[in-house]
Design a protein around this ligand. Structure first.
Ligand code: SF4
Length: 368
């Protein structure tokens, strides 16, 4: 009868690795490591700062279709004043660009999915020959001789799982641009032989997960409205005129032109006594999650963690993020077992704006 294999007994003469504590080292090595770390951080930030620059536009771009026509006019007339991306956003944009070129393309090839035309230029002109909009299609998937415009996007891992359908993008205060961008591409290629009345968004979470393609179906009426919006922006820029402010102050808090002080929509800041605006899709999502989930639930705790990180970094004061107002006050910690110190305490409310312009420009989400 065969004996059952016995587990190998531990030979205590062999070195046992017990990762209990990170090794400490002598000061010279630590100082050397610190010098390399400092150089790495400095070079990474300088590299991101060089990438953060945004070139001024001479006409609307598919990736910058806005609900607010005024913002699209500023893109053309005040482009050199547009604030650079912050380093975090730049890092994600950079990752997205690398994804398009080095990961998704080779991945599709290895999977046996055919694709062509990386970064294919497209443009739409009106009957007078005015250049209304341009863009670059990330790639076209090929399927039985048909070409499917496909845009590769990244989402913060905290938000990635929320997007599964076209409607999820349209409903999102930050990602609504993605289907409109694809709509421009479909419009530009609508008469090309082999084109289909839909496109795909491939969504990556920056952690190596790519969702199944999310289809966006072509809607000619919506595409024409987007082109009308582009034409309005172009003509305003030419005539040195400006359309009205946008009707939703929460949208203005996410707008670069508000952030850099070029546009001052009639928001009743006096009601909150001087504010700073935080434009962050992750923070706004966390504030929304906090509002819609219950304390003790996982979603609430995750949201609190993200909000807490921001609150810790902020000076005391009042901040707006999307439709939310965050009041941060400094609180003292009493000295018991730990030394006395201070921490930031937050109070979060929906931001209610009193001033609204009644003669506001039409909104894409209303007309669509
Ligand atoms: S701040 Fe508001 S009104 Fe001004 S450009 Fe931006 S979205 Fe439009």
């Amino acid at each position: 009868m065969l004996e059952a294999p016995q587990p190998r007994s531990l030979d205590c003469s062999e070195p046992v690795i017990e990762p209990i504590q990170a090794p400490v080292t002598d000061q010279t090595s630590r100082a050397l490591a610190d010098a390399v770390i400092a150089e790495f951080a400095e070079r990474r930030n300088a590299w991101l700062q060089r990438k953060a620059h945004r070139a001024p536009a001479t006409h609307p771009h598919a990736s910058a279709i806005d609900k607010c026509t005024r913002a699209m006019v500023y893109d053309i007339t005040r482009g050199e004043q547009k604030p650079a991306f912050n380093l975090e956003t730049t890092a994600r944009v950079e990752r997205g660009t690398k994804l398009e070129k080095r990961i998704i393309g080779p991945m599709l090839a290895e999977m046996g999915m055919e694709s062509i035309g990386q970064q294919a230029f497209c443009q739409v002109r009106n009957s007078q020959g005015d250049l209304l909009c341009t863009g670059h299609v990330d790639t076209f998937l090929l399927y039985e001789g048909l070409i499917i415009p496909t845009d590769i996007k990244t989402a913060h891992p905290y938000r990635w799982h929320r997007f599964n359908t076209a409607q999820d993008f349209f409903d999102d205060d930050w990602a609504w641009r993605y289907p409109l961008q694809l709509m421009v591409y479909m419009h530009a290629y609508s008469t090309t032989p082999g084109s289909v009345p839909f496109g795909f968004i491939l969504l990556d979470d920056c952690l190596g997960h790519v969702k199944d393609p999310i289809p966006i179906f072509y809607d000619e009426d919506l595409a024409n409205k987007i082109m009308d919006r582009c034409q309005q922006a172009l003509y305003h820029a030419r005539d040195h005129t400006l359309p009205d402010f946008y009707s939703d102050p929460a949208h203005c808090t996410r707008c670069d032109w508000h952030k850099c002080g070029v546009c001052a929509p009639p928001m009743n800041y006096e009601a909150v006594g001087g504010v700073k605006v935080i434009s962050s899709e992750e923070l706004e999502q966390a504030l929304l999650d906090r509002e819609t989930s219950e304390p003790g639930k996982r979603a609430f705790d995750a949201a609190e963690r993200i909000i807490g990180q921001t609150v810790k970094r902020c000076e005391p004061g009042t901040y707006l993020c999307g439709p939310f107002r965050i009041d941060i006050v400094e609180q003292s910690r009493a000295a018991y077992a730990v030394p006395a110190s201070s921490f930031n305490k937050k109070k979060i409310d929906r931001f209610i704006v009193l001033a609204k312009d009644s003669e506001l420009g039409s909104r894409i989400d209303e007309v669509a």
